[in-house]
Structure formats: C-alpha cells, structure tokens
Design a protein around this ligand. Structure first.
Ligand SMILES: *[C@@H]1O[C@H](CO)[C@@H](O)[C@H](O)[C@H]1NC(C)=O
Ligand SMILES: *[C@@H]1O[C@H](CO)[C@@H](O)[C@H](O)[C@H]1NC(C)=O
Ligand SMILES: *[C@@H]1O[C@H](CO)[C@@H](O)[C@H](O)[C@H]1NC(C)=O
Ligand SMILES: *[C@@H]1O[C@H](CO)[C@@H](O)[C@H](O)[C@H]1NC(C)=O
Ligand SMILES: *[C@@H]1O[C@H](CO)[C@@H](O)[C@H](O)[C@H]1NC(C)=O
Length: 327
C-alpha cells in the first residue's frame, strides 16, 4: 500500500493529518548535544547524558553534533577549524537530517565551547533550524581572557597554546585554531573590547554583534527562543573569567563583575537578550563544582524543567507514517 503512493503525496498527507489525529502519544522534542573541546560525539560520557535525557523524558531522540563521522576527526575539529565553516556544516547537517528536519522544534544542550557554538547556530541558521530551548553549561559567551586549556605535562597541548598565543589575531590562527575565535581582549581601563579583537575575531565579535554594523537577524533569532538557560560552575578555574557563561564582564585586576544587564550588549539589545529576558526566557544559573563537573541531578532538573514534552512535543516521524498506513 505504502509503495503505491508517491513519496510527495505521502509527505503532504502526513502533514495534513499530523495535527488532528495526534495528542495522545506526544514525544519530547529531539535534543541536540554539542560537546566541548577535546571531547568527541561518540564518547561514553556524552551518551550517558543523552540516555539520561531519554530516561527523564522517554522517547527523546538525541542527536550528538559532530563535524565528522570519525570520532577522532570530530575531536580534532574541536581544536582545529574555522568556526564559521563548522557552524555552516552543522546547520546543513541538521536541516537535512531525516528525523530532525521533521520535528516542529528542537531542544539544545551545549557543553563549554559547544554552548556558544549552538548560540551561533541559532543566530545564523534560525531560518533552517528551529531551536526552542538552549541550555549551556560553562560556556564562554563573553569570550575567554586566558588560554587555560592544557593539563600539566601535556606538551602537545602546550605547543598548540604556544601557537595560539604567538599570533592570536593573525588571519591564519583565527581561521584555524578554535579557541582563538572566542578569545577576547578588553581595555582594562575602559572595559571596551580592544580594536584588534574587533577587527580580527573570526567568531565571537560577530555573533555578539560587537561591531558597528549589527546583524538584526541574530537578535531576532535569539529573542525567539522560549528559554536560554546559562549555567556557570561555582568553582570553575578553566574558563577565565567564569562569568563569561552569563555574558558578564569581569575586571581581571579587581575581579569586579559587571553583570549582563548593566552592559551595552543588553541595554542596546544587540543580540536579543533583553527582549528574551523581558518575556521571562533568560535564566542565570549556578551549579557547584569545577568546570564540567556535572552530576545527574542538575541534568535531570534541566531535562524536566526545560525539555519536558508537556511544554512542546510532536509525534515523531514513524507514528505519522503509521497513521497513513492504517487509513
Ligand atoms: C530510549 O529509551 C527506550 C527505552 O527506555 C529505548 O527503547 C530507546 O531506544 C531509547 N532511545 C534512545 C535514542 O536511546
Ligand atoms: C545576517 O545574518 C544572516 C544569517 O546568518 C545572514 O543571512 C545575513 O546575510 C547577515 N546579514 C548581514 C548584513 O551580514
Ligand atoms: C572562515 O570561513 C569563512 C567562510 O568560509 C571565511 O569567509 C572567513 O574568511 C574564514 N575566516 C578566516 C579568519 O579565515
Ligand atoms: C585603554 O583606554 C585608555 C582610554 O581610552 C587609553 O588611554 C589606553 O591607551 C588604552 N589602553 C590600551 C592598552 O589600549
Ligand atoms: C578595572 O579595575 C582597575 C583597577 O581598580 C580600574 O582602574 C579600572 O577602571 C577598572 N576597569 C573597569 C572597566 O571598570
């Protein structure tokens, strides 16, 4: 029966019937997870997070964002690559994905740098990928002021950092070394970003709309979220300053923190955060422990509060096709 219908008809009928016939077996929206630096999409730890999401909200389809199907190459891409191109690739992958492209919306969970990359994806690719709720843990939304990446004794990593530090604002480094693209220097006296950052930053200065010309699409897309939940780790010593996870500015000398709501990016609403805040969608959260020291409890709370099917749901791809066959 199914094979007699041309595919285009089937899709049309599916869409037409999806809403009136449904409501009983609604599923949570699919979940995107973007891992951090040095991790890969196939890692056990990451999959245990996805499993917990499925356990908390049964039936959750989880997609682990990757830049390569090969786990080793995906890991390399956390260190090496042009973030603009990486986000464009992820945008295509999701927009063309069999299941994800059918869902009426998606939830997203970003760990560390994966958090600001998901935000970049929302801003740049909002017309093709419809993310409803974004949760970030230990991300660097206002950049990093120091490269604090290597473990003691990791000489390959130290060589990499040497390369980063030597020429952070050079075109080659900005086009190839990932952390440089969210590194940010600020004039400590004025609190203003430095000219070299504004001129050279390949990623952060753009998605934060810090340059004179603002992209209004970025603000529109971010303000359209239902929720943007930003967690920082209380004792984070890796992200410097850790308040970057809340878009705050920290004076490195005095450690005085200027919260987002007192900054121009918010007051002039460069990227839609003020609008989102005014409708109750912007959340500042703290969790205990060091960088990415995540327990099941906080994750479960997040899944229940923001990714529950009671808020937004769908029927999944298979159920819709099933209904046609039954007819
Ligand atoms: C979610 O859990 C159910 C059973 O609890 C399992 O059948 C299903 O395969 C899981 N889905 C994913 C994406 O892991
Ligand atoms: C603004 O961003 C959108 C989405 O990435 C892009 O299509 C558009 O070209 C950008 N506009 C400008 C003026 O750069
Ligand atoms: C990063 O990639 C984009 C898109 O290909 C390109 O326009 C840009 O110049 C690249 N950035 C750098 C610093 O090479
Ligand atoms: C910081 O800004 C002040 C005031 O505009 C200026 O005098 C100073 O040279 C700047 N410092 C640096 C390192 O650019
Ligand atoms: C940062 O602290 C220093 C030392 O107190 C002070 O001179 C400077 O004005 C502060 N910068 C900002 C932007 O508040």
């Amino acid at each position: 029966m199914l094979s007699l219908l041309p595919l285009s008809t089937l899709l049309l009928v599916t869409q037409a019937l999806a809403s009136p016939l449904t409501g009983t077996e609604s599923k949570p929206l699919p979940l995107l997870i973007w891992h951090g630096l040095g991790d890969n999409y196939a890692a056990d730890g990451l999959h245990s997070v996805g499993d917990l999401a499925n356990e908390t909200n049964p039936g959750t389809y989880v997609y682990y964002i990757r830049l390569d199907e090969d786990a080793g190459s995906d890991r390399s891409a956390t260190f090496l690559g042009n973030v603009t191109e990486q986000i464009a690739q992820v945008c295509n992958d999701i927009a063309e994905h069999d299941v994800l492209s059918q869902a009426p919306g998606l939830n997203a969970l970003g760990f560390s740098q994966g958090g600001q990359f998901l935000r970049g994806l929302i801003e740049r690719c909002g017309d093709r990928v419809n993310i409803k709720n974004l949760v970030t843990f230990g991300s660097q939304h206002n950049g990093i002021a120091k490269y604090q990446i290597c473990k003691d004794g990791d000489w390959i990593c130290k060589g990499y950092i040497g390369l980063l530090k030597a020429n952070t604002w050079g075109a080659w480094v900005q086009g190839h070394l990932v952390p440089a693209q969210y590194f940010k220097t600020t004039n400590e006296t004025t609190g203003e970003p430095t000219d070299e950052y504004l001129e050279a930053s390949n990623f952060l200065a753009d998605i934060n709309n810090e340059r004179k010309l603002k992209n209004v699409t970025y603000a529109k897309n971010l303000a359209a979220l239902d929720n943007f939940v930003m967690y920082i780790f209380e004792d984070d010593t890796t992200v410097i300053p850790k308040e970057s996870g809340w878009f705050a500015y920290t004076n490195i000398t005095t450690e005085h923190v200027t919260p987002l709501r007192e900054r121009d990016i918010y007051k002039e609403d460069w990227i839609g955060l003020k609008k989102l805040d005014e409708k109750g969608g912007l959340h500042f959260k703290t969790t205990e422990g060091g960088h990415m020291n995540l327990g099941d409890k906080v994750l479960k709370d997040v899944f229940k509060t923001y990714f529950s099917p009671a808020k937004a749901s769908w029927n999944g791809v298979f159920e819709s096709v099933q209904e046609i066959i039954e007819l």
